[in-house]
Design a protein around this ligand. Structure first.
Ligand code: TXA
Ligand code: MG
Length: 317
């Protein structure tokens, strides 16, 4: 199969309407999308990605009218979050309408929904005229695709089309469980910070048992082929041979390291860290590096979400 790279949402929409899977950009990362009423395309997402069947998908909507057909009995906190953050990188887990395909929500009584803040994504959904279910566009376990070339690296020949556009945050959306009033909690940290959410829902918690609550969080994620090692300060980089470091290792962090690395990315803020991280992982793999040293960001704001991704990437394979 040829994979067409296009800037035209009209062209991309045609494939979706023919029940095919395509990739499209959002403000967080690329999504691998299917129309929510196409069982064929929905099940293909799982095959192409190698995604476990019990990991539900996020449904992307263009407007609040589409929300009505997907979710019901919205709690006041959900209304408040929608008002504050949509369109934007916030996914809400809501009580699902009964007729939702189990291919979307893995047979749960809930459904994860977000309205992306991205012109191309919104246009695409509008042209198609129905919501799109889309996980991040990466082979399961790999870092999420933030550029069209990442998506092609994983899915060239497997999908008919990639709608090309810029992503902004480089990190996935924050997923918030809004099933029960008074018990709203964060299932996955992401582009909207804990602090920002607290301003709207003062008693919001970070779910301690998100492993059970959000099926996706139990799987290994975001990892490059190279071994990821986390360091607090550049001085703490273990004593590795200079030759090895120069030939096989990379570094990403706020401070300039003293050693020479094969590849170095200095970042000035957590926002920049988020933008570069997944791209950096993929570039390191492309040139066959063995170890990536990542400086741990501060445990606040976007830093919390970055720490979550870094810790998962650093798990021993
Ligand atoms: O930014 C994003 O969220 C991107 C873009 C494409 O929108 N999408 C994304 O999708 O990251 P994915 O499939 O890689 O991650 C979705 C997460 C998973 O951890 C999944 O388990 C969780 O959302 N999720 C989906 N439906 C759920 C539900 N009904 N209850 C609990 N968690 C759910
Ligand atoms: Mg993902």
């Amino acid at each position: 199969m040829n994979t067409l790279l296009t800037n035209s949402p009209e062209q991309a929409a045609e494939f979706l309407l023919q029940e095919q899977v395509i990739a499209f950009p959002t403000e967080t990362v690329y999504g691998l999308g299917a129309c929510i009423d196409s069982e064929k395309a929905l099940s293909q997402i799982f095959t192409i990605k190698g995604r476990p069947a019990d990991n539900p998908l996020i449904v992307h909507i263009a407007n609040l009218k589409q929300l009505e057909s997907l979710a019901q009995n919205l709690i006041p906190e959900a209304e408040a979050l929608i008002k504050a953050f949509w369109p934007g990188p916030l996914t809400l887990v809501l009580e699902s309408n009964k007729q939702i395909s189990p291919l979307i929500n893995a047979g749960l009584s809930t459904i994860a929904i977000r309205q992306p803040n991205h012109n191309l994504a919104l246009k695409l959904i509008e042209i198609v005229g129905k919501p799109l279910a889309a996980p991040s566009a990466n082979i399961s376990g790999k870092p999420s695709g933030t550029k069209a070339k990442h998506v092609l690296a994983d899915f060239q020949g497997l999908i008919p089309c990639v709608l090309e556009g810029e992503t902004v945050y480089g990190l996935e959306s924050t997923v918030v469980n809004c099933q029960k009033a008074g018990e709203v909690n964060i299932l996955r940290l992401g582009s909207i910070s804990f602090e920002a959410l607290k301003k709207v829902i003062p008693n919001i918690q970070i779910s301690a048992k998100n492993q059970e609550a959000s099926p996706g969080t139990k799987y290994k994620h975001y990892s490059p082929q190279a071994q990821v090692k986390l360091i607090e300060q550049v001085e703490l980089i273990e004593n590795i041979s200079t030759t090895n470091c120069k030939a096989f290792c990379a570094y990403i962090g706020f401070e300039q390291p003293k050693q020479s690395f094969s590849k170095v990315q200095i970042i000035n803020s957590c926002e920049e860290y988020a933008t570069y991280l997944f791209s950096f992982f993929r570039e390191c793999d492309e040139i066959g590096l063995k170890t990536i040293y990542c400086q741990i960001p501060p445990a606040k704001g976007l830093g919390l979400a970055l720490r979550d991704r870094l810790q998962k990437a650093a798990l021993i394979k």
